[in-house]
Design a protein. Sequence first.
Length: 300
Amino acid sequence: MNNVQVNFSIKDLENLTGIKAHTIRIWEKRYNLLQPNRSDTNIRNYSLSSLQKLLNISFLNNSGYKISKIANLSEAEIPIKVREIASREQVEDHAINAFKLSMLNFDQVLFYNTYNNLIENNSFSHIFYNVFLPLLNEIGLLWQTSTITPAHEHFLSVHIKQKILLNIERLQSLEPKPVTKTFILFLPDNEVHDIGLLFINYQLRSKGYHTIFLGESVPMDSLVSILEFFNVITFISYFTVSPEVKHIPTYIKDFNELLLGNDKTNLLLLGPKFSCLEEDLQLPKQVTVYNSIENLVKDL
């Protein structure tokens, strides 16, 4: 593995591990768990190995180990103990930490080894809901707090996306249901975050439904031509960064007028943007907003 030299502030460690900076300082002083470097102005900074150790300590602590007991373990014993526990329980927590480390170090081998260990005993849907979704939520917060760079986020997103596409490809040989309804999956103008939508496409394909995935940044008026090809259509879209919250009601109103002119067309919406709305939307009868991918999939 090619090591990427990365230094972390104590605030970075707090964001990445979920352990408060105050607690980290106490653990350093009382148990000598970490040995930070210090700048000329006496500001702590931590190496990648310190971060890895703290992630492992966090895992053990969350698994019921008292910090005093962890402090008595040697440097070599800590990761061994983590692997022992992860083989029995809380595999998801351990995997999330491993994926974080793969992202921070741009380590593709660690990403694929972690994924391959998970897929041996879990379905892809289980991995997505219990590992990838929580991980992506954490990564979004880390990016907002400048703990990671866009390059880190893109590294992780691309590899997760590759896994979704691989699983979609494996469904191509399945015999589809008779085409009674077509699902059109698209992202609105200026929206490029397609992982959630890709996974919905995977779930629909696994159920044998006919889907057309149009992908990112699709102008609304370009969808009109699709109405000529299919009789019963359900549009699905995912709002992560676009449209702006204040423009969502107008977008839905325009979509309803342009594309939902009969009772055989519907629009299903979800995404982080809807949690930012301060008041309930007045939705047309053919539009439904979901608060999670899992709830949307259950209804289909």
